[in-house]
Design a protein around this ligand. Structure first.
Ligand SMILES: C[S@@+](CC[C@H](N)C(=O)[O-])C[C@H]1O[C@@H](n2cnc3c(N)ncnc32)[C@H](O)[C@@H]1O
Length: 326
């Protein structure tokens, strides 16, 4: 935890500050130049300069909603990268004289932006952090967003153990459990989660999280896919579609098209399952090249679902006429 100080003194100190359990704290150390370089207003303005005070978030809401899952709340608390850094320092590092690495500071920008999204989906939630890694998102949602219950799903034993060591250090003793295994294992998922997050779920893990969240009837899914490896289920079909179109084999040309088709298939899969989906860059590409967020809200609008199902079938089917060789 940083040094406790008054609201006025925090502003005067010119250092990142944050409010936690009704007290104001100053993040340890001087303002971090990297944060300035990484400032990004993004689609929602989620991340912002560390020196700015905590404040209420933007008042814009998502699209008009007349469905089971309510829209995003209009004025959630804003969580800054400085807040995230200070808590990660406390929870995972803590030892005197040690500091966050450059990649941890970049990660803080992502985590703050994603938590800003999650905050707008409402408070007191059952949240699943899937492909959690060290679960920065899930653990800080438990602490800073006061999630009612948090379930972390991760297959790697050493990361599970890092999560387990971190849980007792969370303020307020939130209800957090760790489940070790594959995100595709439905037995690991609680029923009806309010929010599912997956930050940088690698390759096919993104597809598994997507399907598992739909199956568990999650109200919200915040998915940030990572690498687009050949193991991604739709990649073979995407390659075949590009062949049928006559797209050349040049890797740099094909790679982006394959990624685009995989993105399209994932978007339509969510929409066909009843999720109103937006795809937005949630941080600057200088923070991470994998900066697209799938923000999906269970809406169950029949017309939208039918249209998406039709498009999905067309995308998946081998409906293109064979290419005439030149
Ligand atoms: C790139 S890391 C991201 C971790 C964390 N979400 C973050 O952003 O810091 C991906 C994590 O997903 C885990 N993972 C990958 N595939 C998985 C699967 N099928 N089931 C469970 N965990 C998986 C990996 O072990 C790794 O910890």
């Amino acid at each position: 935890m940083g040094v406790k100080l008054t609201k006025f003194a925090a502003r005067e100190a010119g250092r990142p500050r944050f409010r936690h359990h009704h007290r104001w704290y100053r993040a340890p150390g001087p303002p971090l130049p990297l944060l300035g370089a990484l400032t990004w207003t993004g689609a929602l303005g989620s991340a912002h300069p560390a020196h700015l005070p905590l404040e209420r978030g933007p008042t814009s809401t998502g699209p008009a909603v007349q469905a089971a899952t309510p829209p995003m709340t209009s004025s959630p608390p804003r969580i800054t990268p400085a807040t995230v850094e200070a808590r990660l320092q406390e929870i995972f590092i803590a030892a005197e004289g040690t500091a966050l690495r450059k990649e941890d500071r970049k990660k803080s920008v992502e985590v703050a932006a994603l938590l800003g999204e999650v905050a707008r989906a409402g408070r007191r939630r059952l949240l699943v952090d899937a492909a959690a890694g060290k679960a920065y998102v899930g653990l800080l949602a438990a602490e800073l967003l006061e999630a009612r219950e948090v379930v972390l799903i991760e297959r790697d034993a050493s990361r599970v153990s890092a999560c387990e060591s971190a849980i007792p250090k969370l303020a307020g003793r939130p209800a957090v459990s760790v489940r070790q295994g594959d995100v595709g294992d439905h037995a690991l998922w609680p029923a009806d989660p309010d929010v599912v997050t997956a930050l940088h779920a690698c390759g096919e893990a993104s597809d598994r999280v997507l399907d598992a969240a739909v199956r568990a009837q999650a109200r919200w899914l915040f998915l940030v896919p990572c690498c687009y490896a050949g193991a991604v289920p739709f990649s073979a079909t995407a390659e075949a579609r590009l062949d049928a179109l006559g797209v050349p084999r040049h890797a740099e040309v094909r790679r982006r098209l394959v990624m685009g088709l995989i993105d399209a298939e994932r978007t339509l899969r969510l929409e066909a399952a009843g999720y109103e989906t937006t795809v937005v860059p949630f941080v600057a590409p200088t923070v991470t090249p994998h900066n697209l967020l799938w923000r999906a809200r269970r809406a169950g609008e029949a017309r939208r679902m039918a249209e998406a199902a039709e498009r999905l079938a067309a995308l998946r089917a081998d409906a293109l006429p064979p290419r005439t060789p030149c």
